[in-house]
Design a protein around this ligand. Structure first.
Ligand code: 9WO
Length: 236
């Protein structure tokens, strides 16, 4: 069983992940579990303060180190207590390493993860220094908090876990693992608003279908994402 601990001021957001679709079913089947830790519950003052103004001035508020560190420590303790041997603590932020399918695969091999979701204008950097192993971005844009990014990361990991998706070849045979975008797909009816399904797909010639799909995938990738193609100098 994979163990996920999430530090967040908005634990209710994670029901979108844990209660719907394949990620919901994976939790029900005991393939993973997820526990949220709210820094507000680790704040010591009667007002349960978790944020304060930035040293040096500037707009907005920063999440304070102490309640965050205590919430992270509770998550890390829960990981150890449930027998997790390999766990990393990840902060989701636009300053992180950009997520790829390769990184998803690496993270999915760990026994557990502790995820830190920030809010407001960010978190006290000393928490990142003292507690965070990896800072990860899901893309070059800014959200109102790290929760949606944490859910994107969790979804991408959970769907790879054995028993979550029907592991025929749907998970191995897909975009980004193969290095190209996917070919176009169709289902009934044969004609929709005057647009016909390509004849080759109705032909029953499996070798020709395979060839057509490969050509389509290559053409799409060349047009839309040439950066993904092999022999590209930016490819590692
Ligand atoms: C907000 C802001 C407002 C005024 C001036 C500067 C500011 N910086 C930020 C900001 O970066 N807020 C972040 C919100 C703090 C950390 C959590 N938040 C977040 C995470 N937004 N976007 C992400 C994110 C995470 C992973 N991948 C892409 C985006």
């Amino acid at each position: 069983m994979k163990r996920f601990d999430v530090v967040t001021l908005f634990p209710e957001m994670f029901s979108a992940l844990t209660e719907s679709g394949v990620t919901g079913r994976g939790g029900d089947r005991g393939i993973y579990d997820l526990v949220c830790w709210n820094p507000r519950e680790f704040a010591n003052d009667p007002r349960r303060t978790v944020d304060d103004r930035p040293y040096g001035g500037g707009a907005g508020m920063i999440l304070m180190a102490d309640p965050l560190a205590k919430a992270i420590d509770a998550g890390e303790k829960r990981q150890k207590g449930s027998g997790v041997r390999t766990s990393k603590t990840v902060y989701l932020s636009p300053q992180g390493r950009v997520l790829t399918q390769r990184l998803v695969e690496e993270l999915s091999s760990l026994d557990g993860l502790v995820l830190l979701s920030g809010r407001y204008e960010g978190v006290d950097d000393r928490v990142i220094e003292s507690r965070v192993d990896h800072e990860i971005s899901i893309g070059d844009y800014v959200l109102s908090g790290g929760e949606l990014a944490a859910m994107v990361l969790l979804d991408s990991i959970i769907r790879l876990l054995p028993g979550v998706v029907n592991h025929t070849d749907s998970v191995v045979d897909e975009s980004h693992s193969s290095g190209t975008l996917e070919y176009p797909q169709y289902t009934r009816p044969e004609v929709f608003e005057g647009r016909r399904v390509p004849d080759v797909l109705l032909s029953g010639h499996h070798a020709q279908i395979k060839q057509w799909r490969s050509v389509q995938a290559q053409a799409r990738t060349r047009l839309r994402r040439p950066d993904l193609l092999k022999n590209n100098k930016s490819d590692s």
